[in-house]
Design a protein around this ligand. Structure first.
Ligand code: G3P
Ligand code: CA
Length: 275
């Protein structure tokens, strides 16, 4: 069974081109757009003063020179920090010389905290269609505020109410069905993606939470349960897989007719797909 090349697999840059540049920074998203990614993935969290920022972890300790939880800090606190140096330090560990692929941005704005608003503006200015897959983090703590702010921001960019899910340039992803249902209630046509780290027994027959048409399984689920993926596809669902960085995994995704490959290495995956 090979679906290869009949079906255009979307290549989604996970946290930007996050193998090459610090995740969730302008540098990483600019690189992903240059690389030709079809779409970008970002995680969003709310700051203490109600701004949606692109940060994966609950705390900023790993990816910045600051400390503390995003939800306890204001945007101005985050804006004073450096979200880039950790990556260059980590990547260059044990190397005598800086390798060619390291392009340290000169402008500190390229590696400072990124608001979702700034990311939407970057996409709007990119000059081509670049889709955005937005993952809501910590949605339960804020009891609907993450989704409410998100919908308001999307409205400002004219992206909150697409004519149909197929035409939408934005989709919302979450491990929380409750978060997705809030989005669905606010916008019936905005696509929603149910993320799954492990395969729950109640979903093995290929069902997804009510109203969800797109499954977002981990690569681990795809490797361990390819029949489940085939069941989802037969049931008419799209399947978007994360995080796909190995060539053998890309091949498996293509064979299974996966709709979107979410990867830290968009350029390498596009090349593997012959694009
Ligand atoms: O694209 C979904 C994937 O990003 C979910 O996992 O931990 O990288 O946000 P995580
Ligand atoms: Ca994510």
């Amino acid at each position: 069974m090979t679906h290869a090349r009949q079906h255009r697999t979307q290549v989604v840059a996970h946290r930007g081109a996050s193998e090459d540049a610090p995740e969730h920074t302008l540098a990483a998203y600019k690189k992903a757009i240059e690389d030709g990614a079809d779409a970008l993935e970002c995680d969003v969290r709310l700051t203490a003063d109600g701004h949606l920022v692109c940060v994966h972890d609950r705390r900023i300790n790993r990816t910045s020179n600051g400390r503390g939880a995003v939800s306890a800090l204001e945007l101005a606190d985050l804006a004073a920090l450096d979200f880039g140096s950790w990556k260059y330090r980590g990547s260059l560990h044990h190397r005598d010389e800086e390798p060619d692929w390291v392009h340290r941005p000169e402008d500190p704005a390229e590696t400072s905290v990124l608001t979702l608003e700034r990311l939407l503006a970057l996409i709007a200015d990119s000059g081509r269609r670049v889709e955005l897959a937005i993952e809501t983090k910590h949605p339960t703590r804020w009891a609907g505020q993450v989704e409410e702010r998100l919908l308001l921001l999307l409205k400002r960019f004219g992206l909150d109410a697409p004519a149909s899910p197929e035409e939408s340039a934005v989709r919302v992803m979450s491990f929380s069905a409750r978060s997705l249902h809030r989005v669905r209630a606010a916008s019936p046509t905005l696509p929603i993606v149910y993320l799954m780290q492990f395969l729950s027994p109640r979903l093995r027959d290929g069902r997804l939470p009510a109203g969800v048409r797109i499954a977002g399984p981990s690569m681990r689920i795809v490797r361990n349960h390819p029949l489940y993926i085939e069941r989802l596809k037969r049931a008419g669902h799209q399947v978007h897989v994360w995080t796909v960085n190995e060539t053998a995994d890309v091949d498996l995704c293509v064979d299974l007719g996966i709709d979107a490959i979410i990867t830290n290495r968009p350029r390498a995956v596009l090349e593997q797909l012959g694009r």
